[in-house]
Write a protein that binds this ligand. Structure first.
Ligand code: FEO
Ligand code: CA
Ligand code: CA
Ligand code: CA
Length: 663
């Protein structure tokens, strides 16, 4: 494969998430609606350009006054939140609400293990990266140690790598487009080491958090870490490869997006856009062809298969069946082998937050992030034992996977993906539960699940049995339905599920649209934030989210930009109850080009950890920069702002000045 071509365009890996294709679900026939999409984007650009002007050098006192007037300074009647709102906009730095500190806790390249070398971006190596914090932090979880709120383990996913931002000397710009040189084997190995996850001990002393590199549980998990496959698909012929005839052992985890922490304190990593890591062609007539087509395998976004044959379909045609799972890691034991829990199904897993049902079973909420794909949940067969951690360690191997059907009348049903029930029979290619979980999407197609506008994070409020579903966008939808009410849905929406009887294990519920996102001042957008929401408070493209210890919803976004919404991504507080329901306000915003991930509030509500992912990704659409951004010419060098240091994805700890509860 020596004719491997340079990759053009700076967004090749971000495109994995933007999913510019029409969606892969063959049960709907969608085409582009370019006219409306183009109108939104042009309007967005004009608004964005105006917003940038308003906050750059020549700000008039009038403009400042009107910006102030449009901010929420205190409590909105009935709101669960009370903080001074950040002004939405775009610049090279991050911004948090007045009265709060936002301190960088750990950056790409910082030490995770005590013997890690100092970060040297000009001389990166696989060996160094395996001991340092990885790239593109996404999910963040906090696991208290010793029952304390100021000491614990931070668990962080590293979703993917942006080579053009990471590596010196690999980019040329041709006709205004970034061209990334084909990878070397060394570069691929560094990329693989920058994927996966981090487990690191952290402490708060004198009000400030710091990492503890000598922590005995610290660990890096990478795209090469040995893992086990467990549950119904483990050992099945479809999981067997030349390197692993047992079908039970796999190397590494990739594209770990959101995730979760279980009630027994394990770290759950969701494998999302795994298709992008495979290249090559299946042998003619191979049995997995339809399975892979439904998932977009091979995506060909990375060069790994040129050096690691398992990512080349011609060499290891079954390897893609070993990705797209939920991975459970015991963070308390750095020698524990991570387990891919196949009972939770195989698709483009976004997150895996969980809570207990009324009878003590554990319920995991799962999004499948693709246009026209589905919302799932998994209910364990066994119950959680709060007194015996070991008894919970394999709960994820037995249970029922369900997919959601949202009915137009406001009801919904969770449909079980169980072999032998309904259409999930041998005649339809489901000989065993292994086939059902390996091809969970096709099983859900046959059950009549509702195709959604890209399900991202899904989080329950265990107190009242309400569940929040982030639907990030879908500009390819031509036919609206009640649960996906907008065609050309450029800005996404949030659904609230009310599980029957307030029980998360219920197989029925009702649902409502909590908010349709986008700029409420543009009538055609059809956004439905409350009228108390200011021009700073609205957002588009909800992605990760968090429900805090008080049951309040926080939403982080992916895709706000100068041209789309005239603002960067950020973290918004969104009221779900009472007269303030649907009121959103901006708490924190990221530097240009970044996406907002995490977010994770500590149980005492005194710290919010947020993950700033891919800062400086892009630059063309930001008027002040106006050209492609890459290692040698970055749109921001956040967070270090040093000439010889590239931008670094980082986890930020937000605390209230003088201490106290956030928000
Ligand atoms: Fe990795 Fe669907 O966001
Ligand atoms: Ca992401
Ligand atoms: Ca996400
Ligand atoms: Ca996303």
């Amino acid at each position: 494969m020596d004719d491997f071509q340079p990759v053009r365009g700076i967004f090749r890996n971000s495109q994995l998430e933007r999913a510019d294709g029409p969606g892969l679900n063959p049960t709907r026939n969608q085409t582009m609606g370019e006219i409306i999409a183009a109108r939104f984007s042009r309007r967005g650009f004009m608004r964005g350009a105006m917003a940038v002007t308003a906050i750059s050098a020549t700000v008039s006192p009038m403009a400042l006054m009107s910006a102030d007037a449009a901010q929420v300074k205190g409590r909105v009647e009935g709101s669960a939140f009370d903080f001074p709102e950040v002004t939405a906009g775009v610049d090279a730095d991050h911004h948090v609400a007045e009265g709060y500190d936002a301190d960088v806790l750990i950056r790409w390249g910082d030490k995770v293990l005590a013997d890690a070398p100092e970060f040297n971006p000009a001389n990166q190596s696989e060996a160094a990266q395996e001991k340092q914090f990885g790239y593109n932090n996404d999910y963040v979880g906090f696991i208290p140690l010793d029952g304390a709120h100021d000491h614990g383990l931070l668990v962080v996913n590293h979703e993917y790598t942006n080579e053009e931002l990471m590596f010196p000397g690999i980019v040329t710009v041709e006709a205004g487009e970034v061209v990334v040189a084909p990878a070397t084997e060394e570069r691929v190995n560094i990329e693989m080491a920058a994927h996966g996850g981090t487990i690191i001990e952290i402490r708060r002393e004198n009000g400030k958090w710091r990492t503890v590199p000598e922590g005995g549980m610290n660990r890096r998990i990478t795209a090469k870490t040995p893992m086990q496959l467990t549950g119904p698909a483990a050992g099945h012929a479809r999981m067997q490869t030349n390197a692993d005839p047992s079908g039970r052992e796999v190397l590494g985890t990739i594209n770990n997006c959101a995730g979760g922490v279980t009630p027994w304190g394990t770290y759950v990593m969701a494998e999302e856009n795994f298709h992008g890591y495979f290249l090559g062609e299946l042998p003619q007539g191979h049995a997995e062809a339809a399975n892979y087509e439904r998932l977009g395998v091979p995506g060909g976004n990375y060069d790994w298969g040129r050096f690691h044959g398992r990512f080349d379909l011609a060499q290891e045609p079954n390897e893609p069946n070993r990705f797209g799972w939920v991975v459970e890691v015991d963070p308390m034991d750095p020698t524990a082998v991570p387990k891919k829990r196949t009972a939770l199904g195989r698709f483009k897993h976004e997150g895996a937050e969980s809570a207990l049902s009324k009878d003590g079973r554990v319920v995991f909420y799962l999004g499948d992030d693709e246009r026209f794909d589905y919302v799932y949940k998994f209910v364990t067969a066994g119950t959680y034992n709060p007194d015996d951690r070991a008894a919970n360690m394999d709960l994820l191997d037995e249970g029922t996977l369900y997919v959601a059907r949202f009915d137009d009348g406001g009801g919904m049903e969770w449909l079980p993906l169980v072999q032998g029930e309904g259409p999930l029979t041998a005649e339809n290619g489901f000989e065993s539960q292994a086939d059902v979980v390996i091809e969970a999407r096709r099983a859900a197609d046959l059950l009549g699940a509702t195709p959604m506008d890209r399900p991202e994070d899904v989080e329950p409020n265990p107190e009242n049995g309400h569940v929040y579903v982030m639907l990030t966008n879908n500009t390819k939808r031509e036919e609206a339905n009640a649960a996906n009410p907008r065609t050309e849905n450029a800005f996404g929406h949030i659904i609230e599920i009310i599980e029957e009887g307030g029980d998360l294990a219920a197989t029925r519920g009702t649902w409502e649209i909590l908010v349709k996102c986008g700029d409420p001042s543009i009538a055609e957008v059809g956004a439905t934030f409350s009228t108390a929401t200011t021009e700073n408070g609205w957002f588009g493209m909800p992605d990760n989210c968090a429900v805090d210890a008080d049951g309040r919803l926080w939403v982080s976004t992916d895709g706000n930009s100068p041209s789309e919404t005239g603002r960067t991504d950020g973290l918004w507080a969104l009221d779900t109850e009472g007269e303030a329901r649907g009121t959103s306000r901006l708490f924190y915003r990221v530097p240009v080009g970044a996406e907002m991930c995490g977010p994770c509030m500590t149980p005492d509500m005194a710290t919010f950890f947020v993950a700033v992912q891919h800062p400086a990704d892009g630059g063309d659409d930001w008027e002040e920069f106006g050209r492609p951004s890459y290692y040698e010419d970055l749109s921001t060098r956040w967070p270090d702002f040093r000439d010889n240091m590239p931008t670094r994805p980082s986890v930020v700890a937000i605390t209230k000045q003088g201490g106290g509860r956030i928000g």
